[in-house]
Design a protein around this ligand. Structure first.
Ligand SMILES: [Zn+2]
Length: 300
């Protein structure tokens, strides 16, 4: 039987429908999937309260990966005694977040604190490093890790019964970004690796997926097909600009225009739906995809 699952909208930067966290009511306790950033803790606490809970009621925190929009508050939860389950590559960076903070500061500079809040170290005894395929017993439930790199090397989807929390592995769609959008940040975006992860998810025959950005969907086979197409098309788009020697600024502008076209194809009205700038800025994906092609040694 599927347990009760509630979505908590973290109202990232004051906008609904960008980052969600999932609250699972297990027979023996409560689980959160994704902590979101520490800057969203007030929304998180209000969300828990609306379900009659407080932070002390959370026994487990499962993270799909350690990017700050998913896991920035993980240390805060671990310090309060929650067991944090995360891919083995991500675990050391929760225990000692100095490298995480350093690389994020390089990107976000003085906006760091406003965007993400305080990034606290997780006590090692509360961090559980989980390998691909491992089953974790939590709150009377069993969640299985499905290693799904391509967006990030430290990415797990978490399967519970016939559904899975897929993090960013199936892209962004729902809430304030109702079209399918591709988060392709550097340095780990990789077309082949991501496609292999989609094959793994396909083999799982899931009935429902929960995206952190944003919410559940049950047309899983279609969505897998669509994200695969978008990965291929986005990569080809950037490749052709690299081949033409287009400057970075111009590339970002053209890519943004192109993605807008994709969103409109999806039936989105760009006047009504904004939000990708806050969550998935275009320069990030252009840099991520360009880096992927350069690593591949193309163009020559
Ligand atoms: Zn991410």
């Amino acid at each position: 039987m599927t347990p009760r699952i509630e979505i908590i909208d973290l109202n990232y930067q004051g906008s609904p429908g960008l980052i969600g966290s999932f609250l699972i009511f297990g027979p023996d306790g409560h689980i959160l999937v994704e902590s979101g950033p520490a800057s969203c803790l007030p929304s998180m606490k209000a969300g828990l309260e609306s379900h009659g809970l407080s932070p002390g009621d959370i026994d487990f925190l499962f993270l799909t990966h350690i990017h700050l929009d998913h896991a920035g508050a993980a240390g805060w939860w671990a310090q309060r005694g929650a067991t944090v389950c995360v891919h083995e590559i991500g675990a050391p960076h929760l225990i000692d977040p100095s490298r995480l903070i350093q690389s994020a500061t390089r990107i976000y500079g003085e906006r760091m604190d406003t965007l993400w809040g305080e990034i606290l170290a997780a006590p090692a005894e509360n961090v559980r490093a989980v390998a691909d395929g491992e089953v974790v017993e939590a709150a009377g439930l069993e969640l299985r890790a499905i290693y799904t790199p391509g967006h990030a090397s430290h990415h797990h989807a978490w399967r519970l019964g016939d559904l899975a929390f897929v993090g960013d592995s199936m892209g962004i769609r729902g809430g304030s970004i109702p079209w399918l959008d591709l988060p392709a940040p550097p340095p780990e975006f990789n077309v082949e690796i991501w496609k292999a992860s989609l094959d793994k998810l396909r083999a799982e025959k899931l009935t429902t997926i929960y995206r952190t950005h944003f919410g559940p969907r049950s047309d899983v086979a279609d969505e897998l097909h669509r994200i695969q197409r978008l990965i291929e098309r986005s990569a080809a788009e950037v490749k052709s600009m690299l081949d033409q020697g287009v400057e970075r600024d111009k590339m970002i502008e053209r890519y943004a225009q192109w993605m807008l076209g994709v969103a409109v194809e999806d039936g989105a009205d760009p006047e009504v739906f904004l939000g990708e700038d806050k969550l998935n800025p275009r320069h990030m994906s252009v840099d991520g995809i360009a880096r992927y092609w350069k690593k591949k040694g193309q163009p020559s």
